[in-house]
Design a binder for this molecule. Structure first.
Ligand code: PRX
Length: 597
């Protein structure tokens, strides 16, 4: 069936009504005239020898151009202490940290992972790692030992930076990580110093370290950071990005998030997630912006207070948080939030109700943006100047070619559902590889691929299904695979299934995402128990706790159902779509490969 936009509820934009002229005032013209070559000349500083470094573009160049005293970071700790870091502060601290890394023999290409809460040291470490040319790996502080082991073992991380509270999780798995030479412990706020061989203490080393550092000269294609992300099958994969990504990160922070020089910008995403890396570090700092970092937990009171006290003007957050704010007794009208000027959202479908609510609550609509870990920056957004069709993800970024294609890579007519794809060569921040897994990397592309080192004419397939309407707006339909999105986090069903199977009572498990009004999806597990084991309420709690404690705090199944047998293909693969169809009372679809069930 051909789809078109649900028309009636368009939010019209009028340039005259903007309190501040947006950085892009005409989307169509921008799309027609944009060129990445021109943008690179305008926004990126190369060293005289033609090399570059993303960290230099994020921090040092601003100091050299006289902006050293500008605030780069406004930090509030979980206990309410506030700190302010200028660009000069970040330059100095990251130089010192780069020297600490060099004293530990870290070299270009080494993997250095960060396992910390949202404190400034996490960011100083990130910038320092880029300065030495190593690859920064970021980890959620909610990760437990199974998730940590997968990532640190696969990447063969050489150094890990953590704190005394999180260190015991590493201590348990260190013996299985032969490549992990040293752990650097950040002492902020912790009294108990762990004792173990090969520990390095952050404060002590930073005190000794020189403030001068010669930033390592790199090419645009040299690796900068890596993030593990979930697919349908197997363990999480290491998505590797390069220093040249900083261009698209900067352009989108400026043109989509509309950050201006005098803005106070807050991206609520954790550095363990791609949004935290790209829009909580790379993009805003490359643009020279002032940003807020809040270590505390989400609560409507906490968040409204952060917005109020910092006079935040531009806010980038996620649909689950917005829906939690919508459902709360705590109302935005009880806070002074008139400084807010532009709101954006990412990570999962932004339902139109959330936009209607924000219009009423803040007098501003949320602007949806779409992209993925693999893409490294926003690719399909709602520009500030663009009329919003609530429920649509927006239109392609100038410089990017997006299309809906069929399985063979042919574009399909407007209004018809298909694979949402991007012309790979147009995405400046596209991943450079899947760590140690060329086959997986290639599986993302169809068409003319690979032509030597270039991306040729290939399409990058996102794994999302979507359609394009009569005005060129893209509408999200769903994932083409079994990947789960819960509260904006991407979770692979296989990881959860593997964790459940570790419990002695369990024979096997099939895990799906079940639609949920608040969280987008919740994780639901269908579990087959060993003969004679009873599926009690206590057992359900035990299984949930197991996943929480061994895999990750956010990746546990909120619902568990015991069943006698899982639907499988004749070759033994769990058919999660059958579980999902049964759960939702939908037709099961093609069952020709289904074993008797
Ligand atoms: O399914 C899409 C969903 O999140 C996936 C990418 O997840 P991740 O790599 O964790 O990156 C999220 C932040 C960049 C996509 O394949 N997704 C992301 N943004 C949206 C979305 N789904 C609907 N609307 C969005 N705006």
């Amino acid at each position: 069936m051909k789809k078109s936009s649900p028309g009636a509820h368009i939010i019209k934009k009028d340039l005259k009504k903007f309190p501040k002229i947006p950085n892009v005032t005409n989307y169509e013209e921008a799309y027609k005239n944009f060129s990445w070559e021109k943008a690179e000349k305008e926004y990126i500083d190369f060293f005289p020898d033609g090399t570059m470094n993303a960290a230099y573009n994020m921090i040092d160049r601003h100091v050299e151009k006289g902006k050293g005293k500008k605030t780069a970071l406004l930090f509030e700790s979980a206990t309410g202490e506030k700190e302010k870091y200028t660009y000069e502060d970040l330059r100095r601290e990251s130089n010192k940290f780069a020297n600490v890394l060099e004293s530990q023999d870290v070299e270009k290409g080494d993997r250095v992972f960060i396992f910390l809460p949202s404190i400034p040291e996490r960011y100083i470490a990130f910038i320092g790692i880029l300065k030495v040319g190593a690859i920064a790996g970021t980890l959620f502080s909610a990760f437990q030992e199974a998730a940590l082991l997968d990532r640190l073992a696969d990447s063969k991380a050489k150094i890990l930076i953590t704190n005394a509270v999180l260190f015991p999780r590493i201590q348990k798995i260190w013996k299985d990580l032969p490549h992990l030479e040293k752990v650097i412990v950040v002492e902020r706020g912790s009294l108990n110093q762990p004792e173990e061989k090969n520990l390095v203490f952050y404060n002590k080393e930073m005190e000794k370290a020189s403030e001068k550092f010669e930033i390592v000269h790199l090419s645009k294609d040299d690796f900068s950071y890596m993030l593990y992300t979930s697919g349908t099958t197997g363990k999480p994969k290491g998505v590797v990005h390069a220093h040249g990504d900083v261009l698209q990160a900067l352009v989108t922070t400026r043109d989509v998030l509309d950050v201006h020089d005098d803005d106070i910008y807050w991206c609520t995403a954790d550095l363990g997630w791609v949004t935290g890396v790209v829009y909580g570090a790379l993009g805003p700092w490359a643009l020279g912006a002032t940003q807020v970092l809040f270590e505390g937990r989400f609560s409507p009171e906490n968040w409204y207070k952060v917005l109020e006290e910092n006079k935040v003007t531009v806010w980038y957050t996620a649909p689950t948080a917005i829906r939690m704010l919508m459902g709360s007794e705590v109302k935005p009208k009880d806070y002074a939030l008139s400084s807010l000027r532009h709101l954006c959202s990412v990570g999962e479908p932004l339902n139109p109700e959330a936009i209607w609510w924000s219009l009423e609550a803040f007098g501003l609509p949320f602007h949806d943006t779409w992209w993925q870990t693999e893409q490294g920056s926003i690719t399909i957004p709602n520009y500030p100047i663009m009329d919003i069709k609530p429920g649509s993800m927006g239109k392609p970024l100038p410089g990017i070619i997006a299309a809906i294609i069929d399985d063979k890579g042919n574009e399909i007519p407007q209004g018809e559902e298909g694979h949402l794809a991007l012309k790979a060569s147009t995405v400046q921040s596209l991943m450079k590889q899947i760590w140690g897994n060329e086959e997986k990397f290639k599986s993302y592309f169809v068409g003319d691929w690979p032509a030597g080192h270039s991306l040729g004419d290939a399409w990058y397939i996102s794994g999302d299904k979507a359609y394009k309407d009569e005005d060129g707006y893209f509408w999200f339909i769903g994932r083409a695979d079994d990947v789960i999105k819960t509260s904006g986090e991407r979770v692979g069903p296989f990881e959860v299934e593997s964790s459940l199977v570790e419990c002695e009572e369990v024979v096997e498990a099939g895990v799906i995402g079940k639609p949920d009004e608040l969280r987008g999806e919740i994780i639901k597990a269908f579990v087959v128990l060993k003969p004679g084991i009873e599926g009690t309420a206590e057992l359900i709690e035990k299984l949930k706790l197991h996943v929480k404690k061994h895999l990750a705090g956010h990746a546990y199944p909120r619902e568990i159902e015991f069943i006698d047998k899982l639907p499988k293909t004749r070759s033994g693969k769990i058919m999660r779509r059958v579980l999902k169809a049964k759960e939702l009372g939908l037709p099961i679809g093609d069952t020709s490969t289904l074993e008797d069930y």
